[in-house]
Design a binder for this molecule. Sequence first.
Ligand code: ZN
Length: 233
Amino acid sequence: MADHLLITCEHGGNRIPARYRPLFAGFEALLQSHRGFDPGARILARELSRALAAPLFVSTTSRLLIDLNRSVGHPTLYSEATRNEPAAVRRDILKRYYLRYRNRVEAHIAAAVADGSRVVHLSSHSFTPELDGTLRKADIGLLYDPARPGETELCRRWQARLKVAAPGWTVRRNYPYRGRSDGFTAYLRRRFSADAYLGIELEINHRHVLAGGPHWRSLRRDVIASLRHALVS
Ligand SMILES: [Zn+2]
């Protein structure tokens, strides 16, 4: 079965569409913070897509409008800026931004699976180095479902490759979040079997994004080269 690699980025920007901007008066600082988007996630997704010739889906709408990485019904699907809006407004946001994005990705996966491919879905994210007073020490997190052997194996290989090729980075599996927690990959696992679909979330520490320059470039290069290696071995 041939692998079909797919890259997505649910938290790629902090754009608020004009019609919803009034809801964000007073939330300007929040929009610029890690709660508004995942710094660095979009450029890494784009480079992964180019380097590995993989289709790319990116959302640049802020997760504070609606969080594309949460399931319908999840308490943080909408943020403090949108959750108290009338149901009709929330439905409109859901339809225009959430379903439009998630349905396109899901249809793309379904078509590849119908063609006989095994889909390897990589969802690009980044995490804040400090949350609620806890310092997160990893540089790179690989999130997956340990009950899915294909995901486990690929993440082990990827981590092992990084350790050999770029020993300076601390890579942890299912850190700083658990891969089975609510998210787009968790939803897609319920849609597609373990043989047909591998869903992995890549999490990069913001620290390196903010450092910028050659340091941040070398992290991206190492992530991409090690994934390429892990996919063919
Ligand atoms: Zn994210």
